[in-house]
Design a protein around this ligand. Structure first.
Ligand SMILES: *Cc1c(COP(=O)(O)O)cnc(C)c1O
Length: 451
């Protein structure tokens, strides 16, 4: 599998020629630079960039990194010759229009009719906006999330000067609804952050039960589906996860990261609000940005000002090529990830060499080498991580609370607060085909450990 197909560059060149035709009427103009120097610096960059894990390759099965689809890479690159800014229509007419279309498609995936929403730098920015709106709607009230919610929520709450409380999770990493119900009885809760696909474990919080509690207690529901949102399209989910994703559209706000599972380059998050009237909260009086037309400028409904139009162009192109439809090619890729995780988990479970925790709800598998106590297991996990890396198999390490591990592994002696485990995000559709290879490489690394 090559990093670069030369034909991709030919496709880009042809598209650039088409783009050029739109500007042919202008007087001749070119930017001057020293070609030799430029080439030399660029090669220097290429050598520096060799210092990376091979994220694009299926043997990279560690952290949450999924390579952009070639269409996204090419469309992004193509748009850099214009470099539109989606802050205002003046800075990016075409790409602003594409962004609005993308947002409609993303909203439709969740069953939202006319959401207010926009793209932004990523899940952190998107969650910041959602919680900012939540704080404006319920000033001074507490925000609740689970202990497995992304750590960004407690930091964002600090920025917004709102209280954030983390509620305990059940052994499978999902928000404990009975703990939530009890906490809601004490009032002062403005918003509950529901994570559909936690960053650590891929756990899916029980949204249906939380929506039921909303009936009684009347808080805002914010769904953080930065990681998991696209699994709304998958058909291989277990029933409870499927039910949670299918009700996402009932949340007040939703965050999804096209740069996580949506095949986009970094710098592409999205926030959606079910009730478009929250747009009024963004009101401001910029004296200079919005005078060219009466149409909506994206900067009027987002906290960030300048933003890459390229991100919208890339996402739009991807949605054209791979429409977000259940049963479509894009959805099939997500199902392959789920199946890969299930296959990997079953092999680990069947082997005496490893211990597994919860069965994956999405495509993240957490496991550890067998051992008598938390310290030795943690040490062996680190060694296995390194031995696998020597064989070009890249996994990730994660610290799991000892109490959670002990549920799946009662005989483990707990002489440490957390247990270092291995974590594998099987995000690429190709991972399913590569499980045999990943497994045999892991086995050879593990055999080496025991000797
Ligand atoms: C990744 C992630 C975030 C943060 O998003 P960034 O795009 O990294 O800023 C927030 N919440 C969840 C659930 C995530 O997986």
């Amino acid at each position: 599998m090559a990093l670069l197909e030369k034909s991709e560059i030919d496709i880009l060149l042809s598209a650039l020629q088409t783009l050029q035709k739109g500007f042919d009427h202008l007087p001749e103009f070119s930017v001057q630079y020293d070609r030799d120097k430029l080439q030399s610096v660029l090669n220097q960059v290429a050598r520096r960039m060799q210092d990376n894990y091979p994220y694009y390759h299926p043997r990279y099965a560690g952290q949450m990194l999924k390579p952009p689809h070639p269409i996204a890479r090419l469309a992004y690159a193509l748009s850099l010759w214009i470099n539109p800014n989606n802050h205002a229509l003046d800075g990016g007419r075409a790409s602003s229009g594409m962004e609005l279309e993308c947002v409609v498609q993303l909203g439709r995936m969740f069953g939202l009719d006319k959401p207010l929403g926009h793209l932004c730098g990523g899940g952190t920015m998107a969650n910041l906006e959602a919680l900012w709106v939540a704080g404006r709607v319920h000033p001074g009230k507490t925000i609740l999330g689970s202990a497995q919610a992304h750590y960004t929520h407690s930091r964002i709450s600090e920025v917004l000067a709102l209280d954030f409380e983390a509620l305990s999770v059940t052994n499978d990493g999902r928000m404990d609804v009975s703990v939530l119900a009890e906490r809601l009885g004490q009032s002062d809760v403005g918003t509950v952050v529901v994570t559909l696909g936690t960053t650590g474990l891929g756990a899916v919080d029980p949204l249906p039960e939380i929506l039921e509690l909303r009936e009684k207690f009347g808080f805002r529901v914010h769904v953080d589906a930065a990681y998991g949102g696209y699994f709304r399209l998958a058909s291989e989910l277990a029933a409870d996860a499927h039910e949670a994703f299918s009700r996402t559209g009932e949340a007040d706000s939703i965050v999804i990261d096209p740069h996580k599972h949506g095949l986009q380059p970094y710098g592409c998050g999205c926030v959606l609000f079910r009730d478009p009237s929250v747009g009024a909260l963004y009101k401001h009086d910029s004296p200079y940005t919005y005078f060219s037309s009466a149409e909506l400028h994206l900067g009027e409904i987002s906290l960030e000002c300048s933003r890459p139009g390229a991100a919208a162009v890339a996402l739009w192109a991807t949605q054209q090529l791979l429409p977000m439809e259940p049963g479509g090619e894009f959805a099939a890729g997500l199902d392959q990830s789920i199946l890969a995780a299930r296959d990997f988990w079953r092999r680990l479970q069947a082997s005496e060499r490893y211990r597994v925790l919860m069965q994956p709800q999405l495509d993240i598998v957490v496991f550890a080498p067998d051992g008598p106590d938390a310290k030795q297991v943690s040490e062996k996990a680190r060694q296995l991580f390194e031995e696998a890396a020597k064989r070009d198999l890249h996994l990730a390490l994660t610290e799991i609370p000892a109490a959670m591990v002990s549920h799946y592994w009662p005989e483990l002696h707990l002489n440490r607060d957390t247990v270092s485990c291995l974590r594998s995000c099987l995000m690429k559709p190709e991972h399913l085909q590569w499980i045999d290879d990943i497994w045999s490489t892991l086995e050879s690394a593990a055999l080496c450990l025991n000797h």
